[in-house]
Design a protein around this ligand. Structure first.
Ligand SMILES: *Cc1c(COP(=O)(O)O)cnc(C)c1O
Length: 478
């Protein structure tokens, strides 16, 4: 690439890092900025400028690389670097269990317990009755068994880890029979066939995409003359439904078959819930207790989906198998940390009383929130936005459907209220990007040229933050 004389001159005159460090000493803004941050910013800004000059932008001039411009750019960059990367955001998408936005919000009780347990020493692996070394999971074992009637329980880092660990422990180098209709993929990187391969199991697919019968499982077991079938696996099709001409084998039938051939049965429930959602006018989702009662040997589920707790993988089932899982050296690699355990224990304790759980666990509260309450929130927010009194802004409140998300209840549409905002001379894309880059980012979506905020997932104390963000944006775009 040939450089113009102007480009060559600008590149020659582009100040070096040392010069800019000296320059920064003239501005008191930089007095308390850590050296590493300042250096990083200076390098970024100089590199950016060099690239701009190389791409021969018509607008570049000596002004572009003046001391003043450079210092301003560095100040902006430093401000960005001094903010944490992981930020609180406002979820205005209406997707309650939004994996990209951190899935479940923790109950106040869970947060309090995290603070207590992590601010002080704890009995994490110390048995207070014997004074000897204790077991990490013991703080949640009992309550998990109490809540679903299982013989034993254990927890790991997430449900993907739970599935992997169970497969590796129970059926390594052996065949695992799964229905073709249940070979799920969750969020890109979790796919049943891949997890199966990585855990050293041999996937034995039976049936077809839409129909699998008991006979298909039976035939697979009988065809396997080496008797090398180690597990019958049922996977809850958590993020899709197969509809139309379909057939699947019930958990009870699978358990019967497993007993007959002395092959353990495992179910990956995905989300997992202790609550029968049909009692709250939502669609039925299989409960953990139902799976345990059906006699499944091992059930796995997530801590941060419908359960509404921290990220965790929960395993419940028969003691003989869970003891083996606990002894697997891989369990140490997948182990859960103490902050998670604290949050999980506190969340599980809330489930002793269903009404209490539904009120105090934010995920459940948002899923079961009465329509009238969401409607009220919409009225409050729209009058707050009206009070900015900017004639360019048009606020429409209308009905919308929220989603559960997190690969749970994929067909359920929750009736909700949303606000559709349009502003004269500011495109919906500009509004969306401005809100996304707010100090406390506001994540909404665009539909029919409107910026849409679904009120279901917006917390009460976030309404004023939204108002301020709009007031600021309108001020900037006067
Ligand atoms: C979500 C899900 C998983 C993975 O759980 P994580 O907690 O995200 O690791 C596994 N299986 C099913 C069926 C799921 O829905």
């Amino acid at each position: 690439m040939r450089l113009s004389e102007k480009q060559k001159k600008l590149l020659r005159n582009l100040p070096g890092v040392d010069h800019v460090i000296e320059l920064s000493k003239t501005n008191s803004f930089f007095d308390n900025i850590p050296k590493t941050v300042l250096l990083r910013s200076i390098r970024t800004v100089i590199d950016d400028l060099r690239n701009i000059i190389f791409t021969d932008n018509q607008d570049i001039s000596e002004q572009t690389i003046s001391d003043l411009t450079i210092l301003e750019k560095i100040q902006k960059n430093v401000n960005c670097l001094m903010k944490p990367n992981l930020l609180r955001v406002i979820n205005a998408t209406g997707v309650v269990i939004h994996t990209n936005l951190g899935r479940s919000l923790l109950a106040k009780e869970a947060i309090k317990h995290i603070i207590t347990v992590s601010s002080y020493y704890s009995n994490l692996e110390f048995n207070l009755s014997t004074g000897k070394r204790g077991v990490r999971y013991s703080c949640v074992d009992d309550i998990l068994c109490e809540l679903c009637g299982a013989e034993a329980a254990m927890v790991v880092n997430n449900n993907a880890a739970a599935v992997f660990l169970c497969l590796e422990t129970i059926a390594k180098s052996r065949k695992v029979i799964v229905s073709r209709g249940e070979l799920v993929e969750i969020g890109g990187s979790f796919r049943i066939p891949d997890i199966m391969a990585k855990s050293g199991c041999i996937l034995s697919e039976v049936g077809t995409t839409n129909r699998t019968h008991l006979k298909d499982y039976e035939n697979a077991i009988e065809r396997d003359t080496d008797r090398n079938t180690g597990l019958l696996l049922k996977v809850h099709t958590s993020n899709y439904n197969v509809v139309g001409f379909t057939a699947s084998v019930s958990l009870n039938e699978l358990v019967e078959l497993g007993k007959k051939h002395q092959i353990p049965v495992m179910e990956d429930l995905g989300s997992g819930t202790f609550i029968d959602f049909s009692k709250f006018n939502l669609l039925k989702e299989p409960t953990i207790t139902e799976s345990v009662t059906a006699g499944v040997d091992i059930v796995t589920f997530s801590g941060d989906k419908l359960l509404g707790g921290p990220q965790a993988g929960i395993i419940v089932g028969k003691k003989k198998i869970i003891d083996k899982i606990k002894k697997n050296p891989i369990a140490r690699i997948l182990r859960i940390d103490k902050l998670t355990l604290a949050a999980l224990e506190a969340t599980l304790r809330l489930y002793r009383n269903t009404d209490q759980a539904v009120k105090m666990i934010p995920t459940l509260a948002m899923l079961t929130c009465p329509f009238e309450q969401i409607e009220k929130k919409a009225v409050v927010l729209s009058s707050m936005l009206e009070s900015i009194k900017d004639p360019r802004m048009k606020i429409n409140v209308f009905d919308i459907s929220s989603r559960v998300g997190g690969g749970a209840l994929p067909l359920l549409k929750l009736p909700s209220k949303c606000m559709g905002i349009s502003i004269q001379e500011i495109s919906a894309n500009t509004i969306e990007s401005h809100m996304r880059k707010n100090d406390c980012p506001i994540i909404g979506r665009i539909e029919n040229d409107l910026f849409i905020l679904d009120l279901r997932t917006i917390q009460d104390d976030e309404l004023s933050v939204i108002k301020t963000a709009f007031a600021n944006m309108l001020h900037i775009h006067r």
